[in-house]
Design a protein around this ligand. Structure first.
Ligand SMILES: *Cc1c(COP(=O)(O)O)cnc(C)c1O
Length: 428
């Protein structure tokens, strides 16, 4: 698969290169030159397959020129080790639960597949150091995705005392090829240390520095697969009237859904659901792109006012000659998020703020005869404090997380200074 840079269509790279490089010139996103399409008979056949076999077939349509199908199948088998079940909430609404992976959020799918593809693209004797800063969740997904990989070392910086104890336990107790450093400073300080490292050409070369960037094309490809997995679980009569509501921050998840549709998956309509950070809903209403200052909400993983995957969304609509007016959308504030969580609990379904936003817009916009799916992007226990307060009940931790919470922290401590970090990266 060739991909082009959305900011400079003349820059074209293969898939392996795009995985290693992340972004193109001028920070441009890569986008597939060909958008493959399956016949509807192929789709019907694929919906009968198991998750990994089907995923291998889907992704082969994009990248079989670079990676052999059996090799891709093996990589997917390593990455996709947990299910994505559809759980009914009402007669015409269900949740697609994407939080059964090691860090309890859908980011495990993309993170784990990206790790596999980076290892594949890099060759066995090439040493890679992944350096990243985290304010909590990304670090956990990256750490678990690369844990145990031979030629990859992961170093994660985080602000000491500024992430939740549970978040810290999730990625600072692994050991092995995962090193974590508690920096005496805030998240911005951690990010600037990472940036300094990437600006240091000598260091970069010596340790094979790479970032596990969230806009990596391999993540999006992985996320296409669970949209097919969702439809495969629906009875035939619900497949043709399907509306999917996606809780959105950077709009990667929605991009993947649109790619699934462009491959031929029967989805009638998508709903782009945001919190008060509503740049996209306002744009779709009035036609002006005017990001406001980002505000903090209950659904903090969606607190993004300049969604970096939006250019890819627009490109899909342009390439497929679909109309943006067909995209459903809406923004939900914190009060309505809370009442929607309570409404779901009354229906017997315990959820968390991100999914509740998608549910709310779905139930408001679903028409007679349609069937609605909303994405459950994180496990409610991941937002234990707020969920317990809103629903006035206690949530048990999933076993894996409860066990991890008992393990000792293995983090190093460091001053907010580049010299000791450089020393650590080179010699530890
Ligand atoms: C990252 C995240 C989102 C937003 O996904 P995007 O692909 O950035 O739109 C929604 N919910 C949760 C729980 C997340 O972690």
């Amino acid at each position: 698969m060739k991909l082009y840079n959305l900011k400079d269509h003349n820059e074209q790279v293969g898939f392996a290169q795009a995985v290693k490089q992340g972004l193109g010139k001028q920070q441009g996103l890569f986008f597939p030159l060909e958008l493959p399409e399956f016949e509807s008979t192929d789709i019907d056949e694929m919906l009968e397959m198991d998750f990994v076999t089907r995923s291998s077939k889907i992704l082969s349509a994009f990248i079989s020129d670079e990676i052999a199908p059996h090799q891709l199948h093996e990589r997917l088998k390593t990455a996709f080790t947990f299910p994505a079940p559809v759980v009914n909430v009402t007669d015409d609404i269900a949740a697609l639960e994407l939080f059964h992976g090691p860090t309890l959020a859908f980011k495990d799918f993309g993170g784990r597949f990206m790790a596999q593809m980076l290892a594949w693209a890099s060759g066995a004797d090439e040493k890679i150091t992944i350096l990243t800063a985290t304010s909590g969740d990304t670090g956990a997904a990256v750490a678990h995705a690369f844990y145990g990989m031979d030629n990859v070392r992961v170093v994660i910086l985080y602000p000491q005392g500024k992430i939740s104890p549970l978040q810290e336990k999730l990625f600072c107790t692994l050991g092995g090829n995962i090193q974590t450093i508690a920096i005496d400073g805030d998240f911005d300080v951690c990010q600037s240390l990472v940036k300094q490292a990437f600006d240091d050409e000598v260091l970069k070369k010596a340790i094979g520095l790479n970032s596990a960037n969230s806009i990596n094309i391999s993540r999006l490809l992985a996320q296409i697969c669970y949209y097919f997995e969702a439809v495969a679980q629906l009875p035939q009569e619900k497949r043709n009237q399907l509306v999917i509501s996606v809780p959105s921050g950077n709009f990667g998840d929605l991009t993947a859904g649109l790619l699934a549709k462009s491959l031929g998956l029967p989805v009638k309509r998508f709903i782009a659901a945001t919190n008060a950070n509503d740049t996209v809903p306002r744009f779709l209403t009035g036609g002006e792109w005017q990001p406001n200052v980002t505000v903090a909400t209950l659904s903090n993983a969606m607190d993004v006012s300049q969604p970096n995957n939006w250019p890819r969304v627009e490109e899909i609509f342009r390439r497929k000659t679909w109309r943006l007016t067909e995209l459903g959308f809406g923004a939900v504030d914190d009060d309505t998020t809370k009442s929607s969580m309570r409404e779901l609990a009354d229906l017997g379904y315990f959820s968390e703020p991100h999914a509740a936003i998608a549910y709310r817009l779905l139930r408001d916009q679903l028409q007679d005869g349609e069937f609605g799916l909303f994405l459950g992007t994180a496990h409610p226990a991941k937002f234990k404090e707020s969920v317990e307060a809103i629903l006035e009940r206690t949530l048990p931790l999933p076993d894996a997380l409860a066990e991890r919470a008992e393990l000792p922290l293995l983090s190093h401590k460091m001053a907010a200074d580049f010299a000791p970090l450089r020393e650590f990266l080179l010699h530890k």
